[in-house]
Design a protein around this ligand. Structure first.
Ligand code: COA
Length: 201
């Protein structure tokens, strides 16, 4: 997974374990509305990764709160993103002087059901160069990652139809006019990283 990220982005993953909710700092736990234990566990696993990535950059013991919008709140000078599926949590962080915003998503490496693909894909999307079996899943994951990268910049809720993805070229554009770079891997899970480089989009 680290191989897909640009040099200024730190990225990590963790299999979600029992009691991972204990990794939520008290302020983080308070900022996350009461949800099922499995969701709190996933949020704890993602923050455990992010705390470690920030510590590598000398930023220790900083709570990553959940804003009312759902977006994570990063310490001054940093941006990042979190995601989790049923089994895996992922996180990415980067300094804002290099990367204006980040989005990440993780999904099982399985074909996307046709009914969901019909909701997600638009004719302008390009996936020709991608493994046929996983093209829909990567497209879905890319749109989620792009949304997470763009929301903190524009504060606008986007639908799948508002994001045009060109997986062949490795970028996406949004109806808000953002141009977002994309990188992905497919094993053992589909992970898509979306990033707005400083000075772009
Ligand atoms: C953001 C969103 C796409 C997340 O998808 P999800 O499948 O529920 O969950 P994921 O595991 O992929 O990601 C969850 C993480 O996303 C992050 N997130 C949530 N809302 C966010 C937002 N508005 N901006 C950026 N990141 C956000 C949080 O860090 C969250 O982790 P946490 O709950 O541990 O704090 C979804 O919750 C949402 O807000 N959707 C509304 C808009 C939409 O779906 N449009 C179609 C897609 S383009």
């Amino acid at each position: 997974m680290a191989a897909i990220a640009p040099g200024s982005v730190r990225i990590g993953c963790r299999v979600i374990r029992d009691a991972d909710e204990a990794h939520l700092l008290p302020e983080e736990a308070r900022s996350i509305p009461a949800r099922q234990q499995a969701m709190r566990r996933a949020s704890g696993a993602a923050r455990w990764i992010a705390h470690g990535l920030l510590a590598e950059l000398g930023i220790n013991d900083v709570a990553i709160l959940r804003a009312p919008s759902g977006a994570p709140v990063w310490p001054d000078g940093m941006t990042g993103s979190l995601a989790h599926d049923d089994e895996m949590a992922v996180a990415a962080v980067a300094p804002v002087d290099r990367i204006a915003s980040l989005g990440i998503d993780v999904e099982p490496a399985q074909p996307l059901p046709d009914d969901i693909l019909a909701l997600v894909a638009i004719p302008a999307d390009r996936t020709d160069a991608v493994d046929r079996q996983l093209a829909g899943r990567i497209l879905f994951s890319a749109k989620e990652a792009v949304y997470k990268a763009v929301y903190p910049l524009d504060r606008e809720v986007l639908g799948y139809e508002d994001i045009t993805v060109d997986l062949d070229a490795g970028h996406a554009t949004t109806k808000t006019g953002r141009r977002v770079s994309l990188a992905y891997c497919t094993g053992p899970r589909v992970v898509v990283l979306a990033f707005v480089e400083r000075g772009a989009g």
